[in-house]
Design a protein around this ligand. Structure first.
Ligand code: GLU
Length: 477
């Protein structure tokens, strides 16, 4: 059996979006599973809409996801000589022809056909006219599609789909400016690059019979196709900016891990029993395009976050600390010494689903100055609470070993002496130390903060609260 070769062929007209990344992933997985090759081709033949910036951004996103390719990137913009040769071959073989109908002619024909209730495709006026290109005369090249019969596409996801050839139209393969069209370059490259399998979005289904006609005209065997379901938002409409960020790199920025992203992308339309968490190796071993659903897949940021949390657990403490530091640095909090940051990460990691959430949790633990939620401060940093807190500071000052059990004992002793519940002290302390009411265990929190910082922060908070001078922040969402 010949080697399996798949490809990812993005057009650099935007950043790599979720749908594109899933397409790349599935082609990658299929090639890896079967010991084949995964080719990257940048479809930048549309020079007006393609930019180098988007190409670089796509390459960066693929590299972040770890979707390494065995060949490429090939650039269509550098392959014009090859396309010219393919066009010549089609013309010489009588599979394509020059059409000199003007846009006005075509529009008039279309209107007439519509009025008479006929299918409004090209009426093939020039099909057998034998036109040759002439100076000063505008012409395009069209493919001579058989007038009868059917094009049968066997799709690994959808089964066999039949298209009537007469409905395919003699579509344009070269524009009047001499530039080849998408269908032509796409197929010419798939032939030249020996692509055996193509997984792509279902928006390409209607392109496929036309492309299969080009394969046939060039005497080449078409690849095996699989058209994947659309990705939709929770409202079941096609995923778009309205549903949040669609670019993959935006999720790197939002603190998602590449392995979690791959895991979640794979689950968009593909499943393996009810397993939700997969390593890359498992995906490679299990991925079968036959298991891809026909129904649209719904993008669910909650689920993605959950999957990310699972993968964050899989990363060691040291690793997570390394990953979160840039997030903290962006907030001007990158300088925390390693041991203390690691201790802080250990304390809050279970409470965070993304690296950004982890940084949110870490911030009060590593920052020199914090801000306060107005409501929490109002409720928990009144005169009565502050006098309790100042009493607490006195007890904290004399603890022998600054560790959670001793801190715990100091809190409890004060509560006992005042005949109050632990919560009546712990909650004000939490607000004084973190600025909000949600935090990990208060004793562990104090332990990580260190004695000096804990006491200073409580005292400063109480003074500022008494003077109405607490630095406030917007409430958490
Ligand atoms: N450049 C096309 C796209 O981005 C590729 C289509 C294909 O995979 O054949 O949609």
């Amino acid at each position: 059996m010949s080697v399996i070769r798949t490809r990812f062929a993005p057009s650099p007209t935007g950043h790599l979006h979720i749908g594109g990344a899933r397409t790349a992933l599935f082609n990658y997985l299929y090639a890896r599973r079967h010991g084949g090759q995964f080719v990257l081709r940048i479809e930048d033949s549309d020079r007006e809409r393609s930019t180098d910036e988007f190409t670089l951004s796509i390459l960066e996103a693929l590299s972040w996801l770890g979707l390494d390719y065995d060949e490429g990137p090939h650039y269509q913009s550098r392959r014009s000589a090859y396309y010219a040769e393919v066009i010549e071959r089609l013309l010489a073989g009588g599979h394509a022809y020059h059409c000199i109908c003007t846009p006005e002619d075509l529009e008039a024909k279309r209107a007439a056909a519509q009025q008479q209730g006929r299918v409004s495709g090209y009426d093939r006026t020039c099909r057998d006219a034998g036109h040759t290109p002439q100076q000063g005369r505008r012409s395009v090249v069209r493919l001579k599609v058989p007038l009868e019969g059917q094009t049968l596409m066997t799709d690994v996801i959808r089964g066999v789909i039949a298209f009537e050839n007469r409905e395919l139209d003699d579509f344009v393969i070269v524009r009047s400016d001499g530039n080849p069209m998408f269908h032509l370059v796409n197929v010419a490259d798939d032939i030249d690059m020996g692509i055996t399998h193509i997984l792509r979005g279902e928006d390409h289904i209607t392109n496929t019979p036309r492309q299969m006609q080009i394969f046939a005209a060039l005497g080449a065997r078409p690849p095996v196709y699989g058209h994947m379901p659309l990705i939709v938002g929770q409202d079941r409409t096609r995923l778009s900016k309205r549903h949040g960020a669609t670019s993959v790199l935006a999720y790197r920025q939002a603190g998602f891990l590449p392995e979690a992203t791959i895991n979640y992308l794979a689950r968009l339309g593909w499943s393996h029993g009810d397993q939700e968490v997969f390593t890359r190796q498992e995906l490679i071993e299990l991925f079968d395009p036959g298991d891809i659903n026909k129904a649209a897949a719904a993008w669910d940021i909650e689920k993605y976050s959950w999957v990310n949390a699972q993968h964050m657990r899989g990363r060691g403490l040291e690793e997570l600390t390394r990953l979160v530091r840039p997030q903290l640095a962006e907030r001007g909090q990158g300088g925390c010494e390693e041991a203390r940051l690691r201790q802080a990460v250990a304390l809050v990691r279970e409470r965070a689903r993304t690296l950004v959430e982890l940084a949110d949790q870490l911030e009060p633990l590593v920052a020199n100055a914090i801000t306060y939620e107005a409501k929490a401060a109002e409720k928990f940093l009144g005169d009565k609470e502050c006098s309790l807190l100042l009493g607490l500071c006195e007890r904290l000052e004399v603890i022998e070993s600054w560790e959670a059990p001793a801190i715990d004992a100091a809190f409890r002793a004060l509560c006992e002496s005042q005949a109050i519940k632990l919560g009546a002290l712990a909650q004000p302390a939490r607000v004084a130390l973190t600025g909000g009411t949600a935090s990990p265990g208060i004793f562990e929190l104090c332990a990580v903060l260190g004695r000096e910082r804990t006491i200073a922060r409580i005292r400063e908070a109480c003074t500022a609260a008494a003077n109405g001078a607490l630095p406030l922040r917007a409430p958490a969402q």
